[in-house]
Ligand binder design. Structure first.
Ligand SMILES: NC(=O)c1ccc[n+]([C@@H]2O[C@H](COP(=O)([O-])OP(=O)(O)OC[C@H]3O[C@@H](n4cnc5c(N)ncnc54)[C@H](OP(=O)(O)O)[C@@H]3O)[C@@H](O)[C@H]2O)c1
Length: 339
């Protein structure tokens, strides 16, 4: 049966997001066809429209990389999925395990390969990942990008655990997932946010301490105060260059900053030793491999953790979902359900 797909013409703003009829696809020998049930938005999806993402969107590509659906057709060479399986996909088309390479980074669903904002998506067999069964469709459609990069931020190269303090900076989906992952792994969490309301919600999510950056602009000093002057062992920097100097100042000796956020630094910031003379590892993190995604899913299944959903939009209001995501200051994922 025919479906509907959104398609993206980059550099035309939301006017570049239009719909077309999508014929029910037939899988190639190494492919799987999924009937999509839900998908969700990421910051990168706005950057792909604006042309500011490092990978360029193929004109006419079906956008979005997070999603969940049911396998309805499999090619003859596919062993990873069977008809009826509830699945998601990796972020990168070919990064299954081992270290990331520049070449692997360049192939992405919703950018170079058709993504999830459609009735059907065709996945390469090695990209298919089973979904944690305890999650609803909206929840399962939230994990692939922000969920996994936050997981990498607290588990690579060594997972955090009891006795560690994790500092999260920013309460977009990456920051929220980082709080949840760190708590599941047994760490203490300190979170930076911008309002008492978000602070309260962070505490409910598991954050042990919350610092309001509007009330306490020198929040890095407050983190040092809360850690006996030592700082956090791991900082999940989900804002970017804007807050990086403070994050570095709040990091413990031999600690690590997982640099995930892409907000640029203000112009004219003075140079100097950005690490403040400390022995700190600064890792730029880009999502993760299929193996990473499977390990995260297993951990979330074991602990029955659920992502934070801000709002679910119907398929026909996908453009409103983009608008809300950009301007609405959501707390949690913005999801689009597919009928
Ligand atoms: N490398 C990767 O693989 C990867 C994957 C996903 C996302 N990202 C990047 O990670 C970043 C976070 O993405 P996201 O989807 O979680 O969130 P987001 O929607 O971009 O929100 C980021 C949060 O940062 C905080 N913030 C904004 N301006 C700030 C400022 N001037 N100072 C301090 N904090 C500020 C806000 O939280 P408060 O109001 O609570 O302070 C905001 O909710 C984005 O830059 C995104 O592009 C990277």
């Amino acid at each position: 049966m025919n479906g509907i797909a959104y398609q993206l013409e980059p550099l035309r703003g939301l006017d570049g997001l239009t719909t077309r009829v999508q014929e029910a696809p037939t899988p190639g020998p190494h492919q799987v066809v999924v009937r999509v049930r839900a998908t969700s938005l990421e910051r990168r999806d706005l950057m792909l429209i604006a042309g500011t993402y490092p990978v360029k969107a193929r004109p006419g590509v079906v956008p979005l990389v997070d999603g969940v659906g049911e396998v309805i057709a499999v090619g003859p060479e596919v062993a990873r999925a069977a008809l009826g399986d509830r699945v998601m996909s990796t972020y990168f088309v070919g990064w299954n395990e081992g270290p990331q390479t520049q070449e692997l980074s360049s192939q992405q669903y919703g950018a170079t390969h058709d993504g999830w904002l459609a009735t059907y998506v065709v996945l390469e067999k090695d990209s298919v990942v089973q979904v944690p069964p305890h999650l609803t469709d909206a929840e399962a459609a939230s994990l692939t990008c922000a969920g996994l990069v936050a997981w990498a931020g607290v588990t690579k190269p060594v997972p955090v655990g009891p006795g560690d303090t994790v500092l999260t900076v920013g309460t977009g989906p990456v920051g929220l997932f980082a709080v949840q992952h760190a708590k599941v792994l047994g760490a203490r969490v300190i979170s930076i946010t911008s309002s008492p309301d978000k602070g309260e919600r962070l505490r409910k999510l598991g954050a042990d301490e919350v610092i309001d950056r509007n009330e306490i602009p020198d929040w890095e000093q407050a983190v040092l105060g809360l850690t006996g002057g030592l700082g956090a062992q791991v900082v999940v920097e989900a804002v970017g260059m804007l807050t990086l100097p403070k994050s570095l100042a709040a990091t413990a000796y031999n600690g690590q900053v997982s640099l995930i956020g892409a907000f640029p630094a203000p112009a004219g910031r003075p140079a100097g030793d950005p690490l403040g003379g400390k022995y700190i590892a600064l890792r730029r993190v880009a999502v993760g491999s299929r193996t990473d995604l499977e390990l995260m899913n297993r951990t979330w299944s074991e602990h029955e953790v659920r992502p934070v959903i801000d709002r679910v939009f119907p398929f026909e209001e996908a453009v409103d979902a983009y608008r809300y995501f950009e301007d609405g200051d959501p707390f949690g994922k913005v999801v689009i359900s597919i009928p």
